[in-house]
Write a protein that binds this ligand. Structure first.
Ligand code: PSU
Ligand code: MN
Length: 310
């Protein structure tokens, strides 16, 4: 698990919004939110509209949202509307995963946190539940490229419950599941036997476990918390039926976007944002509507899970 000294050091560079500080002090339910989805996952202005909407969804479901980003050499946990606006429009925002966090802090640059860096910050802040769209994982062709998201290592080491809509279907989902199992991360599907695949409710794979209520998920998290050496838990929540793009429709778009990325020699941290942007064009914006719907759906579930833990 994340070394306690590391969490303490991170805590020293955290700036809390008043709302988040008060919620922590009063032991209210909190849900962490990442910022890479805002800066690298969606175009302006829908990125900032979505960020606000997701915060409202969390409040409506009885929890306090804590959007996390790096600004002015500090980790900000809880952003003001003005901060969100600045971040959503800023150019040159670093996409910060574990490897990038200290660089962004040291240089005072704007940094958007990925799932991995958001988990680190949430844990240091004392927030146990985090809602996002889709986690990073093992990329297709990883046997050549070695492109495996640091999100998976973070899930193995940092005790935060991550609520997502599955691994993004542009990844190699079977390999992603194998790595999660190797690293000891429980993967639970919410209300379904099938592992969801982000834009689609189905992946063709069974989920390792299924739970049907926030209460059952809360029990799992409390039992896991009693073990001293543990990492995260991954809850996969299928996109609502009315918003999904079925798997057979999606696969053509995904293959085309990955092919274009390869042709244009996009590698490393650029792959996920490029492919998401390309799929947005190929689907005439439909993939963005689905992405927004699934993040909101995850935020609502995360708020209800967080309420079980206080
Ligand atoms: N899910 C989305 N949009 C995103 C991401 C996830 O719907 O932009 C981001 C997350 O921050 C995730 C990151 O941690 O993509 C994974 O990037 P990589 O594959 O480079 O590790
Ligand atoms: Mn990568």
């Amino acid at each position: 698990m994340t070394h306690p000294a590391q969490s303490a050091a991170l805590k020293n560079v955290i700036v809390y919004s008043d709302e988040v500080r008060d919620a922590l002090a009063a032991n209210k339910p909190l849900v962490a939110l990442e910022s890479t989805i805002i800066t690298h996952g969606m175009p302006f202005p829908r990125n900032v509209e979505t960020a606000r909407q997701v915060e409202a969804d969390i409040r409506e479901n009885g929890a306090v949202p804590a959007t996390i980003a790096i600004m002015d050499g500090k980790i900000h946990v809880g952003l003001s509307d003005a901060d969100l606006d600045r971040l959503a429009q800023a150019e040159d925002v670093m996409k910060c995963s574990r490897a990038d966090l200290t660089f962004a802090l040291a240089t005072g640059r704007y940094g958007a946190t990925t799932v991995a860096a958001t988990m680190m910050a949430a844990h240091a802040a004392g927030i146990k539940v985090f809602a996002t769209g889709g986690i990073g994982g093992v990329h297709k062709g990883a046997e050549q490229s070695f492109d495996i998201s640091a999100d998976l290592d973070e899930l193995a080491r940092t005790p935060v419950c991550v609520v997502c809509a599955g691994a993004k279907a542009l990844l190699d989902i079977p390999k992603t599941l194998e790595v999660l199992e190797t690293k000891g991360v429980p993967v639970v599907a919410y209300g379904t036997d099938e592992l969801p695949a982000f834009w689609s409710r189905e992946s063709g794979l069974s989920a390792p476990y299924r739970l049907d209520t926030p209460n059952e998920i809360g029990v799992l998290l409390k039992v896991r918390e009693n073990f001293s050496d543990h990492g995260g838990v991954l809850i996969t929540n299928p996109v609502p039926e009315t918003d999904e793009i079925p798997r057979n429709e999606m696969s053509g778009f995904i293959d085309a976007a990955i092919k274009t990325a390869a042709e244009q020699n996009v590698t490393g941290k650029g792959v996920t944002p490029f492919v998401l942007g390309n799929i947005l064009e190929l689907t005439d914006g439909r993939s963005l509507d689905t992405n927004i719907a699934l993040v909101r759906n995850n935020a609502r579930l995360a708020a209800r899970i967080a309420a079980e833990l206080v």
